[in-house]
Structures are given as C-alpha cells and as structure tokens.
Write a protein that binds this ligand. Sequence first.
Ligand code: SAM
Length: 319
Amino acid sequence: MHPTQPTHALHTQHVGDLSGQSISHPARAWLAQQTAAGILTRDEVTGRFSLPPAHAAVLADPDSPAHLVGGALLAAGWFHGIDRVVEAFRTGSGIPWSHQHPDVFDGTERFFTPGYTMSLTAEWIPAVDGLVETLHTGGTIADVGCGHGTSTVLLAQAFPRATVIGYDAHRPSLEVARKRAASAGVAERVRFEVADAAGYPGLGFDLVCLLDSLHDLGDPQAAATRAYTALRRGGAVLVVEPQAADDLAENLANPLAALSYTASAFQCTPASLAQPGAAAWGAQAGERPVRAVLESAGFTGFARVADTPANAVYAARCT
Ligand SMILES: C[S@@+](CC[C@H](N)C(=O)[O-])C[C@H]1O[C@@H](n2cnc3c(N)ncnc32)[C@H](O)[C@@H]1O
C-alpha cells in the first residue's frame, strides 16, 4: 500500500496547542519544527497542531501497512556503528549482522511487520498454486533468516495444522522470536533453531521461505541449493525481496529506493561481505540474480507472483 493511500480510516489527530500552558518550550519547538517539515499542520485561527490521516498512517499507526517508523529505528541503529561503516566504506570490509546495534534488529522487525501482516498469508502464499490447500491440511514450512519471527508466527497462525520452523544464524534474534511465538499462543507449533541458510537440517518441506533475507547472505547460491534439497518434490520456495528493478536507473523511480540503498550501504552489503561467498547483492538486487540462483539450484517455474510498493515476491518449484 502506498503511504499516501492508507487502508486504515484515520481521523486527523490533534497534537498540540501553543496557547496551552502545559506544553514545554522544547515541545513547542518540536511542534514548530514538525510543522516546518510539513509533517504537522497548524490551524492559524485556533493555534492547534494536527497530524493529517495520511501522515498518521506512516508515523503513528503500527497496524497500518504504510507504517515506516521501523525505518527510523533502523537509521538510529546504523549510526551507533558509524565507525565500522566508515571502515567498511574505506576498505570494503564486512560487518557481521551480529555486530549491529540492537535497534537494527528491532527496527528490522518493526519495518517488515506491517507488510508481512497485510500480505504474507493473505496474498503472497495464495499466489503460489495449491500452497494454501497443502498448508491447511498440514505440511512443514522452513522460514530461513526469520529474525524476530514475525513471519514464522504469522504462518503458524494462518495454518494451524502446519509445522513451522524458523532458522536464523543470529541466536539473540531467535530468543526474541520464541517470546513472540509464546505471546501469540503458537509456541507449541513453532520451533526456532540457530542454523545457517546453507546448512539447516530437515528434509521434505512443503515450503521454504526466504523473507527479506536472501540478499543479506554471503552465498545466496548455497542457500538456494539448500532450499532445493530441503523441499519435497512439488514443494515451493518463496523469496520476498525489497522492491527493486535490475538497475540503478530504474530503481531511482522508486520512492523507497533512498531507504533501501541506505540499508544496502549500512547493513546489507557489509553483512554479506562478512560471510563466506561475500556476494554483496545489497537490498536493491532486483529479479535477475534471484532468478539465476534459483534456476541454477534446479528450481523450475520461476515467477514473480506478487508486488507491493515495498516488496517483490518470487516463487519457484522443486521438481
Ligand atoms: C533483514 S533480516 C530479515 C529478518 C526477517 N526475515 C524479517 O523479515 O524480519 C535478515 C536475517 O537474515 C539472517 N541471516 C543473515 N545471514 C544468515 C545466514 N548465513 N544464515 C541464516 N540466517 C542469516 C540475519 O540474522 C537476519 O535475521
């Protein structure tokens, strides 16, 4: 959903009033700054400051698919490690995911959750022929690079008969994921295991998901190959990646490209460079390399099955 087209009906929110005695000077300055930045509006007659509905969808409603506050938390997290980033710019060295500030892990969760909540089980899984039917009767799902487990929990909630396993190389993220599963009441049917995308255990999966994780890996080809061998014949791989075309010129037309390229520079390419393979795709890799690694692994029927302003969704079969 485009940020200016929120699905949630929101009313203009009254934020502050400069005539009010209770507003501190720093808060007054902030209201003025937010208005100067075009985020708030001010009624000249009443002196009231308001947050328009479209802006509230982006800034104040965590359930809105347009909610972007996770992006701000990501940026704060990246700047905690600015010295490492400078070093990476100078030398081309990597920054392991585990060396990022905790705000980066929380920001990632908050950034992706609105889109996954809106689309993962309602649009993306149904876009793969026969998958909903299989998962409603049972089946097993591997969620590879699951982070804090938002997607793993959503899958377990949507498919109560399926077994869902979240794999990630970052142990602290999985500790959070276990808490998320427990609070969502799905801990019995969800398991989280520390494992590499190229070497997690298990065979005969009906679905392997790589949700906003493939481009972060040092060796996306090894992950695609492992997905192929992990699936049963007829099983599907679902790859969700940031919305991107195959080259910079086309990506410049995407309003989210500025944020995605920032993620690439501060987090995604350094994370990949810190791993064997060092593919360094970045967050704007586009369709071509995704298709190439899946087909080289043996997958057939590659298709771009869905698009949102933030994500491109690809699927292919193990045959
Ligand atoms: C951008 S985050 C996405 C997390 C989650 N899928 C989400 O959308 O919130 C990428 C995730 O991939 C994980 N990761 C990176 N390299 C990995 C590897 N080689 N094997 C397994 N997980 C890896 C990171 O720990 C991180 O949780």
